[in-house]
Design a protein around this ligand. Structure first.
Ligand SMILES: [Mg+2]
Length: 217
């Protein structure tokens, strides 16, 4: 009798958890590349912005390397100048461009939109990220990457989005979506790959924003 009750309770829990997950997935505003293209028909060229890490580049290899080298076992490397100098000046040779980004950038290039990259990486005296993105995504005269850095309690991307008159901002982090919404522009979520070293994973769709399907890679 006892076993049967335990079994029934376990069964109810499994059904309830599954139902809750399905419910969450259903509430997400999924969009395809075609949906985005269609939504922009008849709209004049505009400025669009992209976050970099886990949005256009799978850059975990560089961060993984930096952590092993500068602060094994903790995240202290992320506030070290030496790490950022390396990261912004060459480690992206190990970053894998995301396919969804290639397609999105192609779409915006065809429309004649102006493409900006806004990252919270720490700014360094020199950087080769702009050049890498130029080559990777075949960009003509790209704008220099905007490195906002991080300030506790302030989302520095808001200002960058406003200053550059960005009308659509793509990003994987909750802070990217927040920045776009705070700046009063359209936010589109790019999904972070589950094997990214940047954990915990964000909450896709949690702001009611559009989420691009199959954007983990
Ligand atoms: Mg990111």
């Amino acid at each position: 009798m006892y076993k049967r009750i335990v079994f029934i309770i376990a069964f109810i829990c499994v059904v309830w958890v599954n139902y809750a997950c399905v419910g969450q997935e259903e509430n997400i505003r999924w969009v395809t590349l075609k949906d985005i293209a269609r939504s922009l028909e008849n709209q004049p060229p505009m400025n669009v912005g992209f976050d970099i890490d886990d949005t256009v580049l799978f850059s975990s290899p560089g961060y993984y390397y930096g952590r092993q080298k500068y602060s094994p076992g903790n995240k202290a490397f992320a506030i070290m100048e030496e790490f950022w100098n390396e990261m912004n000046n060459g480690l992206d040779q190990f970053s894998i461009p995301k396919e969804c980004a290639r397609k999105l950038i192609e779409l915006h290039k065809k429309r004649g939109d102006s493409i900006y990259f806004i990252t919270a990486r720490t700014k360094t005296k020199t950087e080769s990220v702009t050049e890498l993105l130029e080559k990777t995504f075949d960009l003509e005269n790209p704008h220099k990457v905007i490195f906002t850095g991080i300030k506790l309690g302030e989302n520095l991307k808001i200002k960058a989005i406003k200053e550059n008159k960005i009308q659509i901002f793509y990003g994987d982090a909750d802070s990217d979506i927040e920045a776009a919404l705070e700046a009063g522009v359209r936010a589109i979520r790019i999904m972070r790959a589950v094997n990214s070293t940047n954990k915990p994973l964000p909450h896709n769709g949690s702001f009611g924003e559009e989420v691009l399907v199959n954007s983990e890679y």
